[in-house]
Design a protein around this ligand. Structure first.
Ligand SMILES: Nc1ncnc2c1ncn2[C@@H]1O[C@H](COP(=O)(O)OP(=O)(O)OP(=O)(O)O)[C@@H](O)[C@H]1O
Ligand SMILES: [Mg+2]
Length: 316
């Protein structure tokens, strides 16, 4: 395997909570190698075991695959296919080239729609198709990886299953698919309120985080917005967008909410404007405070299919 002895120049992306990710080559195939850093704590050990266990059970085009792993004493290493487009988070918010490449152009509206649909399909499989079913628990733009699928299309996978909840003990409690948990997992800006406040762990937690990613894609803004440069004062993106939805003219001012690089197409093309409005509404429905009010993933996939086919029917 080639990483040049885990040379720093082979590092990709930002350092995550578990470890560092290196680019490597394995028998001519490009791979991403996640190497645990620091001490092997009980939390990291648990994440590693869950990642390996979950990924050996779930198989879907929109979920990352695990090529291999190494569990030797205190060294934990995970090997995945390399996604040359990097994470959705860096593509949206950093706009830098991956591994020395030139920065890619901004994502188009149709690429954003395709990304949303692919994440939704991956989650629908986890929530309804996998046996036993799985709650991801850390859906966020840095855990969505992109790769060129050829002809301008993108291949999208959901990664990082280290805090996933597999299971009978989550879905089959006889309490409407709900368990209480005292071990918090997730990332600020994406964690559902009922989970933080009451430890309610359900598939609706993933729906909340998915809604935030949808809003990130439409607005080009991160999941939490800094309110002031001096204070540690933040506003959640979902709350920011909801502020506009309370105005009577949200449709008319959509151009000011969307990612600035989409503004002109949204303001000049009514089909795109309708589609973007529908998707922003869907993002808000998924990220609303009340978990019971959020849709389930299969309804979201159906709704997205309708939105896309309506737009296609009108020439997009
Ligand atoms: N398979 C991959 N192909 C290409 N780049 C990857 C791959 N896996 C991870 N990366 C890059 O490495 C970065 C770090 O990933 P990692 O999962 O360790 O941290 P994170 O997602 O930023 O944070 P967290 O630890 O909270 O998940 C990602 O943001 C992405 O840019
Ligand atoms: Mg990650």
């Amino acid at each position: 395997m080639l990483t040049n002895g885990f040379d720093q120049s082979y590092l990709i992306g930002d350092k995550g909570a578990f470890g560092e990710v290196y680019w490597g080559s394995l028998g001519g195939t490009q791979v991403a190698i996640k190497v645990m850093h620091g001490e092997l704590t009980a939390v990291k050990r648990r994440q590693f075991v869950i990642e390996v266990n979950t990924l050996s059970r779930v198989h879907h085009a929109n979920l990352i695959q695990l090529i291999g792993y190494c569990d030797e004493g205190k060294r934990c290493i995970l090997v995945y296919p390399y996604f040359a487009g990097g994470s959705l988070h860096s593509r949206l918010h950093k706009r830098v080239g991956v591994r020395g490449a030139a920065p890619p152009p901004p994502l188009t509206v149709s690429q954003r729609m395709s990304i949303i649909l692919q994440i939704a399909e991956g989650l629908r499989y986890l929530h309804c198709g996998a046996n036993p079913r799985v709650i991801h628990r850390d859906v966020k733009s840095s855990n969505v990886l992109l790769s060129d699928g050829g002809d301008g299309s993108l291949q999208v996978v959901l990664a990082d299953f280290g805090t996933a909840a597999i299971a009978q003990n989550v879905f089959e409690t006889g309490h409407e698919s709900m368990v209480k948990t005292c071990q918090l997992a997730g990332t600020r800006g994406y964690i559902a309120p009922e989970y933080v406040l009451r430890g309610r762990l359900t598939a609706k937690n993933d729906m909340f985080a998915f809604g935030v990613v949808v809003l990130e894609l439409m607005t080009g803004k991160p999941a939490i917005l800094r309110q002031s440069l001096v204070d540690d004062d933040f506003q959640a993106l979902a709350e920011w967008v909801r502020g506009f939805s309370q105005r009577p003219n949200m449709y008319a001012i959509l151009g000011t909410i969307v990612d600035p690089c989409l503004r002109s197409v949204v303001e000049t093309n009514v089909v795109v404007r309708n589609m973007v409005m529908d998707v922003v509404n869907l993002g808000m429905a998924c990220s609303q405070e009340e978990d019971e009010q959020r849709p389930i993933m299969s309804s979201v996939c159906d709704r997205l299919t309708v939105i896309l086919s309506e737009a296609k029917g009108r020439g997009i």
